[in-house]
Structure formats: C-alpha cells, structure tokens
Design a protein. Structure first.
Length: 340
C-alpha cells in the first residue's frame, strides 16, 4: 500500500490534469506486467506496441522504464505543466530538468556510490541522457500511441469534465471517495492499493489527479515536487483500445479503390493515413509496412507535390499538401481533414 496523508489545504486544492507522458510510462508498465498477453481491452494494442518496440529502433531508450522498475526518481515523470499539456510540452520539461533537481532526488532512491547503470547517465551527462530518453519517448508515442490518441483524448476530456463537475458540486471528499476501487479515501489518508509499502505526508501542497487510460499498468504517484502531490488513477473509456487503431487503407476494401488504382495501394494507404501529420516510423507501425517501404512511398509523393515534410524538434513530420487533400477527397471518395 502507498499511504499519503493529506492536510486540509492540500485536499482543498485538488485539481485534475491529463498527461500524455504518464500514459507512455504506464503503457510500458502494462506491457511488463503482462509479458505473455495483456488482458482485454489492451490485448490488440499490446500486440501492436510490442511490434513497435521490436521493430522501431528509435524506441530503444524507453526500455529504461522496464530496467528501472516501479520506483524511479520523479524527475523522469515530471508533473504536467498545465491541465491539458501536449506530449511536446511535457518532454520540454523533461529535457530541461535542472542538474540540482536530479542531484536532490537520486539519493532518495539509490546511494550515489552504487547507482544502477540505467540511472548513471542522468548524473554524468544529464543533457545527453535526457534528450535521448525524450527522443525515444517521441518515437514510441508516434508509433504505439498516436494512432489511438484522438479517441483517448476525447475519453480523457470527458473524464476530466465529469470529475470537475463532481468536485465543484460535491467537494473533494466525494471525488476522492469515488475515484477507483484501488484508490481509497479515508480522511486524511489517500491509499493506493499495490504491493509497494510506502507512506508520505503532504503539508500545504496541491493534490493533482491524473486520469490515465493505461493506469491498469500501474497506479503511480509523484511526491518529490515541493508544491504538488500527483496521483494517477484508471480513467473510464479504456474499452476504446479494443476497437483497434484507425485503418484508413481498409476503408474501401469492399468497393473499387480509385485512389489505389491511380497511385498504387501502398501510396494510397500512406495518403489516407496522412490526414493527420505523422513520422515515417508512425506510418510504418500504423499501416503494418516496413519503414523502408514507407520512405519509398513518401519520396514519390513528395516528388509529386502532394505531400510535404516539416521538421519539428528532432522529428520529421509528413502531411498533405492541398493537392494531396484533393486526391484523397475527390479521387478517394473521402472527406480529408484540413490540417490546422
């Protein structure tokens, strides 16, 4: 059990936020907790995610979370910087972790003279280690979670709205008492039901609740922050993962695919998938194609002027040009989303 004693000011300041970064971490814990086959509704997603980890080498840095186990310094999973951050915003916080913060947290988990191999780079070469981890998270997100994120985000927004209304109408006690069957509230102690035995006392802080689709992988909490105690819980809506990722290329399987006749089946699939900007690795995982094959299709589509490429940080994102939108919308017989 993890028992967190909360004083009255901390309880009064209860807030709710989503966290794409915490979704990444708990999704990896879910895979580790079920090495053979993940339970419903995660079964299909887990198979896809394992293929991503095996076939997309850029995701290798995220294996750190498996090596670290359940107790890792909180600087590796910073609290969300706002109530609805993007992954990029959370990774900016991760990349910018001060050396003093790492130096202060590490001794709480490991003796400085006996650091595990996965943790030492963050002490010896902080900026390189943080950037490598953040880039690995980006690659894993693009290929393993991004195809599901629009539906996940909609479910999380609904969860936050529901909980915010409950908080406003009935107060924090009613909200905390009804979070989840593995989260128990007996004032003044909030208990997370898990095998780990720990106790904390939060005085004059803020309680931040983080609903997660992947929280079945682990109930997590962050107590190292001087002003915030963050606790995750299982959000409603995880069943959406059982529906599978979008499969644009299969939409016209029962009818003649005019777009495939014009540009080829592979390039038609890539065009349809680019209704939302994506990386090469993300497209390969979503469409079940080899990265080299996707790169070949993208090169041809770029040369034809129907696709563009833009660098965003360390990633290269591909999207549809107006001509590509026209191809998908007019020839493909679909309504393509206009990029924001």
């Amino acid at each position: 059990m993890i028992r967190i004693e909360l004083d009255e000011p901390t309880v009064t300041r209860t807030r709710i936020a989503i966290s794409p970064l915490w979704e990444v971490v708990t999704s990896l814990y879910l895979l580790d907790a079920h090495p053979a086959e993940a339970p419903w509704p995660y079964t299909g997603w887990a198979g896809h995610a394992r293929r991503v980890l095996a076939e997309v080498p850029e995701t290798a840095p995220v294996r750190l979370f498996s090596a670290a186990g359940s107790r890792i310094p909180d600087f590796l999973t910073p609290v969300p910087p706002s109530s609805t951050p993007t992954l990029a915003e959370e990774l900016a916080v991760l990349r910018g972790t001060p050396a003093a913060l790492i130096a202060g947290e590490v001794p709480r988990y490991h003796r400085p003279d006996d650091l595990p191999g996965w943790l030492r780079p963050f002490v010896d070469d902080r900026e390189t280690a943080l950037d490598r981890l953040a880039s690995g998270i980006e690659a894993y997100w693009d290929a393993a979670i991004a195809p599901w994120w629009p539906a996940m985000r909609a479910a999380l927004d609904e969860e936050v709205l529901h909980r915010a209304r409950a908080l406003a109408a009935d107060g924090p006690d009613a909200l905390l008492a009804d979070l989840h069957d593995r989260v128990r509230w007996e004032r003044p102690v909030l208990t997370l039901v898990k095998s780990l035995e720990q106790s904390f006392r939060a005085v004059d802080r803020r309680l931040l609740l983080i609903p997660l689709i992947f929280s079945r992988g682990a109930l997590t909490c962050s107590t190292d922050h001087p002003e915030i105690v963050a606790v995750s819980y299982q959000a409603r809506g995880a069943a959406l993962l059982a529906e599978g990722a979008p499969a644009p290329a299969a939409a016209d399987a029962a009818v003649t695919d005019r777009l495939a006749i014009l540009v080829g089946r592979g390039r038609a699939a890539v065009l349809r998938a680019l209704s939302r900007p994506a990386t090469t690795a993300g497209l390969a995982a979503t469409l079940g194609l080899a990265p080299s094959t996707v790169s070949e299709h993208l090169a041809a589509l770029l040369a034809a002027g129907v696709v563009h490429r833009r660098r965003v940080g360390r990633r290269v994102l591909y999207g549809l040009e107006p001509a590509g939108l026209a191809l998908v919308g007019l020839v493909g017989g679909e309504r393509a989303a206009v990029p924001a």
